[in-house]
Design a protein around this ligand. Structure first.
Ligand code: HEC
Ligand SMILES: [Cu+2]
Length: 328
């Protein structure tokens, strides 16, 4: 809890079902969240009121043997009414839940943007599979969306069950090994929202966050075309040396950098790392210092994460950092 709080303060981005950004999230807020909250509030007031009334009312004389049945019958009637009201309320919520589920899963409008989201222990792989296959690209821990266009997410997992939860856009939906779940929604207003894995998936489950970046269509298009580019050739000699250190070390076994020989798939695609807001699934800000700390000792930041420590010499580390900063 304190960890989540700490992260939320460090990386703003709203995580709230009360600030919906699209039709699905609005339905959920207006037809489920608010009515349930109101019902719970009224119930609370009634229960506490009854409790106070019972505590402070004047005690009647102890019932004599053979006293009239009146009060007992009144009590029975009260319990009956309360049970009936509860049943009706639960039934209404059952219907509302079914209606909202149907309305929020029937599918987006025409021409949704298709994105495959893979939950890994403990980060998110995000593949844009929108246009022709040779234009597909991959990023990590950030979901960019064009405002006003429906999106369809394919949710999958190669390891354990995760849950994709970005309350500003939709409900939770699990990522299940061997099964593909579809989530459909639309973002109607621009903004950066927070998402979080919502199904315990191992030691670093709490450090498995992501950002939803809803952008106006033209700025999304600019982002998208940049993502489709391979990594640029580093301009200065330090960055070039950094690339050699990167390619000569273990990094390419697990990381892809498009346009180079690095094609590993075990960790996030780093082709446009420098354009991302955070690293290690929302755990650290994407700054030079944080990157250095992460590369040298990921286990200190996220014990158990699937990236080994890299005892690099200070010169090699500086060179790698200079190289990673060119991956815009
Ligand atoms: C055995 C596989 C493996 C090797 C080798 C490896 N990494 Fe990683 N790396 C990962 C995994 C897995 C993650 C994601 C960890 C997480 O967030 O839980 C990661 C995350 C990162 C990130 C953060 C990316 C992001 O968007 O969050 C950077 C930067 C990075 N690695 C750089 C390197 C560099 C530089 C090297 C070589 C010195 C290297 N890695 C070697 C597996 C590896
Ligand atoms: Cu998780």
């Amino acid at each position: 809890m304190t960890l989540l709080l700490q992260q939320a303060l460090q990386f703003p981005g709203r995580l709230s079902a009360l600030a919906p950004t699209g039709p699905e999230a609005i339905l959920i807020r207006d037809w489920l969240w608010r009515p349930m909250y109101a019902t719970a509030l009224v119930t609370y007031v009634l229960v506490v009121g009854a409790l106070l009334w019972a505590a402070f009312r004047r005690r009647s004389a102890p019932a004599e043997e053979g006293a009239p049945e009146g009060p007992k019958r009144r009590l029975g009637l009260g319990v009956g009414i309360a049970t009936a009201v509860t049943t009706v309320v639960l039934f209404v919520f059952l219907v509302a839940t079914m209606q909202v589920s149907r309305a929020t899963t029937t599918g987006p409008g025409p021409n949704p943007i298709r994105i495959r989201v893979t939950g890994h222990q403990w980060w998110w792989e995000v593949e844009y599979r929108d246009a022709r296959q040779d234009q597909w690209f991959t990023t990590a821990n950030e979901l960019h969306l064009p405002v006003g266009r429906p999106a369809e997410l394919e949710l999958v997992s190669p390891d354990v069950i995760h849950s994709f939860w970005a309350p500003n856009i939709h409900t939770k939906l699990d990522l299940i090994p061997g099964h593909e779940n579809l989530m459909r929604f639309q973002a109607d207003s621009a903004g950066v929202f927070r998402g979080q894995c919502a199904e315990f998936c191992g030691a670093q489950h709490g450090k498995m966050a992501f950002q939803v970046v809803a952008q106006p269509p033209d700025s999304f298009a600019a982002w998208e075309s940049r993502q489709r580019q391979p990594a640029p050739e580093p301009a200065d000699s330090l960055a070039r040396r950094g690339r050699d250190v990167f390619m000569g070390g273990s990094c390419p076994l697990c990381h892809t950098v498009q346009g180079t020989g690095a094609g590993g798939r075990l960790g996030p695609d780093l082709t446009h790392l420098a354009g991302r807001r955070t690293i290690a699934a929302g755990t650290l800000p994407n700054t030079r210092g944080a990157l250095a700390g992460w590369i040298v000792n990921p286990q200190g930041v996220k014990p158990g994460a699937k990236m080994p420590p890299n005892p690099l010499s200070p010169d090699d580390l500086q060179a790698i950092l200079a190289y990673l900063e060119t991956l815009k």
